[in-house]
Design a protein around this ligand. Structure first.
Ligand code: PRT
Ligand code: ZN
Length: 221
């Protein structure tokens, strides 16, 4: 990749995609059309946008494969709990979209109604690092069961006693007979910067882009 072009990693499709695309558009970035492409060039500035899965974004930025990335704090901190180089990444700014909360939840009218009730229980989650950190801080010993998705069905299926999952409207919890009793993390999309980002010839483009992002965010408030 050219050292004079800035590279930004964004989610290919999913809940972060629309907000990321909208932010880029409002910041005046015109991306060349390329169907299903991993990399799309901006037509009006030395910027390349890489479209990947959100879980890969912290690693791409930490390794220097991309200079910057747009990712949810939930994914960033989960990866940071596993990889020191991700933990060292710098958050440039919060972006104000894809807001959600990582919450502990358990079956309605069950025996688990507060964090202390989790002692000796099983908790299903896609975020084992964040869940473990939270439990340790509270001095609670529970067994964490990592799942790739559909965490909300775990208690009903007898896989776990409780869950730790992302919530936005709360409709998914309700539909599964679950009630949240604690917030582990409040999350939104953030712009992250890699270790080498400021050193290459793309630093000026980065400065301009960050300024425009901040303008877009300010105009929304
Ligand atoms: O394919 P890829 O790995 O890139 O995407 P993904 O499937 O891992 O992630 P995606 O697109 O679902 O979410 C991307 C990011 O959006 C998350 O990492 C969060 O930062 C953010 N976000 C915001 C959410 C939600 N809101 C959200 N509601 N991510 C997931 N959810 C889930 C929630 O867990 C529940 O199962 O959406 C469901 C509906 O939520 P309720 O509360 O509105 O019912
Ligand atoms: Zn993902």
């Amino acid at each position: 990749m050219s050292p004079d072009r800035l590279t930004l990693a964004v989610q290919k499709k999913g809940r972060l995609f629309e907000g990321s695309e909208d932010l880029l558009k409002r910041a005046g970035v015109k991306l060349a059309y390329a169907r299903d492409a991993l990399l799309r060039r901006a037509e009006n500035m030395p910027l390349d946008v890489m479209f990947i899965r959100d879980d890969d974004i912290p690693n791409f930025v930490a390794s220097g494969a991309c200079d910057y990335g747009i990712v949810g704090e939930n994914v960033l901190y989960e990866m940071a709990s596993r990889l020191p180089r991700v933990a060292r990444l710098e958050t440039v700014t919060k972006l104000g979209f894809a807001k959600c909360k990582l919450k502990l939840a358990a079956p309605n009218e069950g025996t688990i109604q507060r964090v202390e009730d989790l002692a000796g229980k099983t908790i299903a989650t896609t975020y084992p690092g964040l869940t473990d950190k939270f439990l340790k801080e509270r001095g609670i010993e529970a067994e964490i069961i990592e799942m790739g998705g559909s965490v909300e069905v775990a208690p009903r299926m007898g896989i776990a006693d409780a869950i730790c999952d992302l919530v936005s409207t709360g409709a998914t919890l309700e539909a599964n007979g679950l009630v949240a009793f604690e917030t582990v993390l409040e999350s939104e999309a953030v712009l992250i910067r890699g270790p080498r980002a400021a050193q290459n010839g793309a630093a000026q483009t980065a400065e301009l882009l960050i300024e425009r992002f901040q303008g877009v965010i300010a105009s929304r408030q």
